[in-house]
Write a protein that binds this ligand. Sequence first.
Ligand code: TMP
Ligand code: ASP
Length: 242
Amino acid sequence: MSFVIKKNLLSEGKTKKIYTTNNSLEVLIHYKDSITALDGSKNQFLQDKGILNNEISTLIFKFINSCGIKTHFIRKINNREQLCYKVDIIPLEFVVRNIVAGSMSKRLNIQEGIRLLNPIFEIFYKNDKLKDPLINDHHAVFLGIISYEEINAIYRIVSNVNNILKKYFLDKNIILVDFKIEFGKNDQNDILLSDEISPDTCRFWDKKTMKKLDKDPFRIGLKEKEEVLDIYMEILKRLNVR
Ligand code: TMP
Ligand code: ASP
């Protein structure tokens, strides 16, 4: 295993910082102790949340890597940091829905909790000024973000990821209601699953009680941030049971 030297801050988002390293093909991703909701209008410090999300995302990416899907994840370095391949993030959020919830429930006035016979894929354009609008494949191609060939290749990966993660979580008595993933391109133009996968980016419901085991109770103001930490610890505990 080669020696990693953390160099310069490359970029900073709401919950993560990215640093260059001594290897130009690799970056360090640092998980911050912040919890945000509603496009950052709620953004609070939450002690140790970075540790939990770094560990949860590490376990999930390790599992996805082990299934042969190409991701940016290399290894966890310490409590708050992981080493990943450097990618240019494609500015699209790919959302998969197995059960109606969240914005789909609001937009179409459909009750939360209805199971979808076929998973629904949505794409959102990552653009703060426009507040990440819902778009479709044709908009994404028109905007010059991606080609039809690439988006179709990504949809195949998205479907694959949904199938393996649904089973992975169900084995831990967690229903994967919906989730958001992002992709990036490395220096060879390969498409890698990137960013993080955690209770910030997924809706998880307990299989028996249907209790929400994710960020939703904080988003809608039902729970204080400290209570959310207990929920994230519960997810980590279940992921650690084999
Ligand atoms: P939504 O119902 O609000 O559209 O969210 C769908 C899923 O995507 C949900 O699991 C939360 C996740 N998500 C993010 O990770 N980041 C975001 O900015 C949004 C809007 C949703
Ligand atoms: N709007 C997103 C969410 O609620 C992201 C954020 O603002 O942190 O998850």
